[in-house]
Design a protein around this ligand. Structure first.
Ligand SMILES: [Zn+2]
Ligand SMILES: [Zn+2]
Length: 656
């Protein structure tokens, strides 16, 4: 990943714990230099849950070195050096770098080469500052804690390798990760949480509970749900369909592929091309010729867009940015793409029928499957995949309706959070960067007024609804402001679950219109929303959240009947209960193996079956069942009718 330099604003917004962790990275570098004075350092920012420092060092640091590095770090913390800020001119900074004095304890024979490179990339109007703590001097914009002694508790956690600036053409560095907290207790709690998370790891539980698999022949990042996992998928869809139906949504269905022209209209090409699978080219010429010609120049872009390098470059240089490139027709027959998003298809459905203000708001929903080309190094269980089934919908509304619609979307989120027992969540509201509306590094659609207006409307809704949110500048989608929803699982681990987007650009590029009261054609605003995110990520989250102990309504196997012994009458009675449960759509199974009852219970507990009906002769004679609930143990005998009614009721109400 490309690491961008933090803006002044971002630095000011660094939280106390981020300052503390970043300060710990200075102490880490100091400790490494005490052990290996020739070490060269690159970047050392705080990251989620900790910090790292990238170091270039002939000695290969291993976890066995952690103890002695940590011992040196402790000395630095104990010495309680102040972090002293020194402002210098660019020339002074470069001179120190040349003397090897940056990220160093003293002058050294080798220049501080990475720091020199960083200085050269600091914008001319930005002040250059150094920070000194003890003998250690580093090029750094801050901020830090006051003194090294303010770093309460820390631990080095792991090692990785990383290319300088994330570019594989640059040297490979050793990345040393650590974490730090104000107190020892917070540090201990954090590691206890990680331990618990390991037990709840969705990849491990997914295998053990037979929920989903990956297969090399199918391809990396393409999960398949086994019957027990498919149950959860279907239950979530049912929930979404019922909730959306009640909220006035209509369902649509669209294909998984579309022509290139669709994605040019939507702007996904070229803005989003890197995240899409390469195109399927339906060549009119023999394919072999096509491939050899494609190989001649700019294979990357040609394959992706069917354009030549010249066309791409011409497009970029011109004032209208990509528009020249966009006008060029594909040269080889038809070009299709797997869909990376459902929106363009839905826009076409909006446009398929003449719309008037009376049709709005129009809410089109689909659990659409999308395909995104994530780098193989970034694939991670169900959390980062290449095929994703999304709880998608697009709401087309007038500017007057926007606030109510956006509010209703937020309410839907809150309703789901309550249902799943998600107590802690945060909405990250990302806005645009006005300096990147045009030019070669344009990142946002060039509509300054609309950006301002929609961002303001969105901010108002968030403020008025009292939802927990933060504002993040410069991270909007290319077509409008965006809200990422983060939720914390029961054990306190954070997940990005879903994204909402406000979109004024795509309705324009698709020429979407409705007849307003005054009989004038107007362009609707579009809200993209997906409260349950994707099945993949949401189920990954739920597995950890529930540790695989799903509530009854979501449980892959809701009831297992465990007859004691093999007396035909007891078996008949058990079968009649099974049939009755199934008649009520309860996912029930029976264990008719010849194992003893303890073995049967153990097996059911292992698969985390929600409820067990243990049935012996006495139960049969009393028209009863002995109820056992996973994790709660034996709840005693109950009349059959009562036990049955409770199961059905709990499922219907989707009880926790
Ligand atoms: Zn610093
Ligand atoms: Zn969308």
């Amino acid at each position: 990943m490309q690491e961008e330099r933090k803006t002044l604003e971002q630095r000011e917004q660094m939280t106390d714990v981020e300052r503390l962790r970043h300060s710990a990275s200075h102490v880490l570098a100091t400790a490494i230099l005490k052990l290996w004075p020739e070490a060269q350092f690159a970047a050392g920012p705080p990251v989620e849950n900790g910090f790292y420092y990238d170091v270039d060092l002939p000695h290969r640091i291993s976890p066995e070195d952690f103890e002695k590095i940590e011992a040196e770090m402790k000395k630095e913390i104990k010495a309680n050096h102040p972090f002293e800020r020194i402002e210098v001119s660019r020339d002074e900074a470069l001179e120190l770098g040349t003397k090897g004095r940056l990220a160093a304890l003293s002058e050294r024979p080798e220049p501080s080469k990475y720091k020199i490179d960083i200085i050269k990339n600091i914008p001319p109007d930005e002040k250059i500052s150094l920070y000194r703590s003890g003998d250690f001097v580093d090029l750094c914009a801050g901020p830090h804690v006051m003194r090294t002694g303010n770093i309460g508790a820390f631990k080095l956690t792991n090692l990785a390798s990383a290319y300088y600036k994330g570019d594989e053409k640059n040297p490979q560095l050793q990345r040393i990760y650590g974490t730090a907290f104000k107190t020892k207790k917070e540090l201990d709690d954090y590691f206890a949480m990680l331990e618990e998370a390991k037990k709840r790891d969705h990849r491990k539980l997914g295998r053990e509970l037979e929920l989903f698999v990956f297969d090399d022949d199918v391809g990396p990042g393409l999960p398949m749900f086994l019957p027990r996992g498919a149950v959860i998928v279907e239950e979530l869809e049912k929930l979404a369909k019922e909730t959306e139906f009640a909220a006035g949504y209509q369902r649509v269905r669209t294909p998984h592929i579309a022509r290139q022209s669709l994605y040019r209209k939507s702007g996904h090409l070229p803005y989003y091309a890197d995240s899409m699978f390469p195109p399927m080219i339906l060549a009119e010429e023999p394919k072999a010729d096509l491939l050899s010609e494609v190989g001649k120049e700019s294979p990357e872009y040609r394959m992706r867009l069917g354009l030549s390098k010249d066309e791409i470059l011409r497009g970029k240089e011109s004032e209208q940015s990509f528009s020249v490139a966009l006008d060029v027709e594909p040269r080889y027959g038809d070009v299709y793409f797997l869909k990376a998003m459902n929106c363009p298809h839905h826009h076409k459905l909006f446009a398929a029928v003449p719309r008037s203000y009376r049709d709005l708001p129009l809410r089109l929903a689909e659990y659409g499957t999308c395909y995104r080309y994530e780098k193989s190094g970034e694939l991670f269980g169900l959390m980062r995949v290449r095929s994703l089934q999304m709880n998608d919908a697009h709401i087309y509304c007038t500017p007057e309706q926007f606030e109510a619609e956006f509010n209703a979307v937020n309410e839907m989120y809150l309703k789901y959070f309550k249902l799943f027992g998600i107590d802690k969540y945060l909405m990250r509201f990302s806005t645009h960067d006005p300096s990147r509306l045009r030019g070669i590094d344009a990142k946002f659609v060039d509509e300054p007024e609309l950006w301002k207006k929609t961002e303001e409307m969105t901010r108002n809704v968030l403020k008025n609804s009292g939802i927990n949110y933060v504002e993040v500048p410069n991270e909007a989608a290319f077509y409008g402001p965006k809200i990422d929803v983060q939720a914390w699982s029961v054990i306190g681990r954070e997940f990005s679950i879903a994204t909402n987007q406000v979109d004024f650009a795509q309705p324009r590029s698709f020429d979407l219109r409705y007849k307003d009261r005054d009989n004038i054609d107007k362009i609707p605003i579009c809200i993209h929303r997906a409260p349950l995110g994707t099945h993949e990520r949401f189920i990954g989250f739920l597995i950890e959240h529930y540790a695989g102990n799903f509530p009854l309504w979501l449980a892959p196997e809701q009831v297992r009947i465990l007859p004691i012994g093999d007396e035909p009458k007891v078996l008949d009675y058990s079968m009649s209960i099974l049939n009755e449960l199934r008649a009520h759509q309860v996912r029930a199974e029976i264990d008719r193996s010849t194992d003893n009852i303890n073995g049967k219970i153990q097996r059911a507990e292992q698969m985390k079956v929600h409820t067990m009906f243990v049935i012996g002769k006495r139960d049969m004679e009393a028209s009863a069942v002995s109820v056992r609930v996973h994790g709660k143990g034996n709840l005693g005998a109950k009349p059959r009718v009562e036990a049955m009614a409770e199961i059905v009721q709990s499922i219907r109400e989707r009880r926790a």
